[in-house]
Design a protein around this ligand. Structure first.
Ligand code: ADP
Length: 519
């Protein structure tokens, strides 16, 4: 998915105050967010902040400390029904705003996100665990979608088709699909929302967002900024709470015309099936199993840097993280040594502390999954080159790990590990690498490292993946299409292509025009 602080286009410079305070205690961080007015704990329906109707709440935990950051409303069917009605009732007026008016609102929202980048980043680190620098990178990346689609809003053109009969004129109008239900995950608490809401609002759609129950605070803070930006009440609604109740309500409603989802393949398949009954449009951005192929002719430094970035961003918790590092036999030993050395330098700890490169995993289940995959691999002949244990910090911290001699029968290369584990697989020929890379139901991101231009083209064309990084490990940007082949998803997000997901095409035939042309 998604870029970090290293990304060139949107590097944010923290304020002097913030730079001095780059290491912050969680208590000070939460106070800073509270003072800014961005610590929201209720859902947003029709422009009003609202508790769950039965008063239920759910705790948001800091994965680095186990402390409760705060509690938020735990909503369900009734609140979701009201949020849908609010979005439905607002659709008529919002879709009739001019593109320029919608664009200005989005631009203002972008400006507010950037001026509150530090509070948003602090919230993100508190609830998600990613290092503050990475969180700042995500704010830049996430806000970038709003900026991009603010501009794109003004460029939604239709078409005129040359008519087949002299007295007719044929047109194609592009119109917003209507109310959108957006369900998002915890690993990118801001960017996965803005990537959906940006194009939806640009087109004139209204939205009900359901953020992850692990990371609702960033979403709610962003929603507060949308109100401050003048986005009318009811255009953006946020419900937090029971995932299946909220999901089912969105699916069953005939008022909701589109579902857009980022998350696990299992939930994505449920939503795809659940959309059938009301024949909703659906976009899915699901799991990956990214191969990172290092050929003998690769530049070793470039390959190590690229693989490191592609594997360890967000502690390995992204769907474009390199899941399998395929290394050609001639460079295998050299690469394994240099890569392990680089991994050893990654500092693990609380993301609020300066210099930390690896935060905690999101929860205990995530650590247990990592442990299970490593046990499976070592029982089948893999060796631990580095790490392979829980970190001495406890909690959900795990040592950045490199496994050698992995083969394609091990769980770690069949499924997404979603943790800081880099499995190295040895291969002989280019054909072998392509075969191993494509031998999966996933098809989101792939990376190749080679200095041969012909090979880079050959392999890129053969890979069954929606995104390919050539000699680069960080490739996501709001200006390029993001999405997968095979079971990694449906549709594309970001870029000019991403806007089509929120538009209907209407063909208009203007007939009986003879008179108009003979007068
Ligand atoms: P992950 O394993 O990355 O948390 P999930 O697919 O479980 O991925 O979660 C992604 C999003 O989907 C979250 O907002 C989660 O609450 C939501 N979700 C989980 N189960 C359902 C469901 N049955 N219906 C709708 N949304 C769901």
């Amino acid at each position: 998915m998604h870029r970090v602080a290293l990304v060139a286009r949107h590097v944010l410079t923290p304020s002097l105050f913030f730079r001095r305070q780059m290491s912050m205690e969680p208590g000070a961080a939460i106070n800073r967010v509270r003072e800014s007015g961005l610590l929201k704990t209720q859902g947003l329906i029709g422009g009003k902040w609202i508790d769950a109707y039965d008063g239920k709440t759910i705790e948001v935990q800091n994965p680095a400390t186990g402390d409760i950051v705060t509690s938020v409303a735990y909503m369900g069917k009734k609140e979701t029904t009201d949020a849908i009605s609010s979005a439905y009732n607002t659709f008529n007026s919002w879709s009739k705003h001019t593109a320029s008016e919608r664009s200005k609102c989005l631009r203002k929202w972008y400006d507010l996100m950037i001026s509150h980048k530090e509070e948003l980043a602090l919230l993100m680190t508190l609830e998600q665990g990613k290092p503050l620098k990475e969180a700042l990178g995500e704010v830049a990346y996430g806000a970038g979608f709003i900026e991009f689609f603010a501009e794109e809003a003004k460029r939604i053109y239709g078409d005129i088709i040359p008519a087949t009969l002299a007295d007719r004129r044929l047109f194609v109008l592009k119109q917003p699909v209507g109310v959108v239900g957006a369900i998002t995950p915890w690993n990118f608490p801001l960017a996965m929302i803005t990537r959906k809401v940006g194009p939806a609002l640009a087109c004139g759609c209204t939205v009900v967002v359901k953020p992850s129950e692990y990371t609702p605070l960033t979403a709610l803070a962003a929603a507060e900024l949308s109100l401050q930006a003048g986005i009318p009440p009811g255009v953006l609604n946020v419900v937090v709470g029971n995932a299946s109740d909220i999901g089912d309500t969105l699916l069953q409603s005939t008022k909701v015309r589109k579902i857009t989802f980022t998350g696990s393949t299992a939930v994505g398949k449920k939503l795809l099936a659940g959309s059938a009954n009301t024949v909703k449009r659906i976009s899915l951005e699901l799991g990956g199993n990214a191969p990172c192929i290092v050929f003998d002719d690769a530049d070793l430094d470039v390959a190590v840097k690229g693989a490191l970035a592609a594997k360890f961003r967000n502690s390995g918790q992204t769907c474009v993280c390199a899941n399998r590092i395929l290394v050609q036999e001639g460079i295998y030993e050299k690469f394994a040594n240099a890569f392990a050395k680089a991994v050893q330098n990654l500092h693990v700890g609380n993301g609020l502390v300066e210099g930390i490169a690896q935060g905690p995993l999101i929860n205990e289940a995530a650590v247990e999954k990592v442990e299970k995959f490593i046990k499976d691999a070592t029982s089948k002949g893999a060796n631990v080159i580095l790490g392979g244990r829980r970190h001495s910090l406890g909690m959900t911290f795990y040592e950045p790990t490199v496994l050698g001699n992995v083969n394609d029968e091990m769980l770690v290369s069949r499924e997404e590990v979603f943790g800081p584990v880099a499995p190295l697989l040895r291969f002989k020929t280019e054909e072998d690498a392509i075969h191993i890379a494509n031998d999966t139901n996933a098809g989101l991101a792939a990376y190749i490292f080679t200095t041969s231009i012909p090979r880079s083209w050959r392999v890129t064309e053969a890979l069954e993946y929606g995104l390919v990084g050539v000699n680069e490990g960080l490739i996501s940007t709001e200006v390029a299409p993001f999405g997968g082949f095979k079971q990694s998803g449906l549709g594309r997000e970001g870029s000019k292509y991403g806007i089509d997901e929120y538009l209907e095409l209407k063909y208009v035939c203007l007939g009986n025009m003879k008179e108009a042309y003979t007068k």
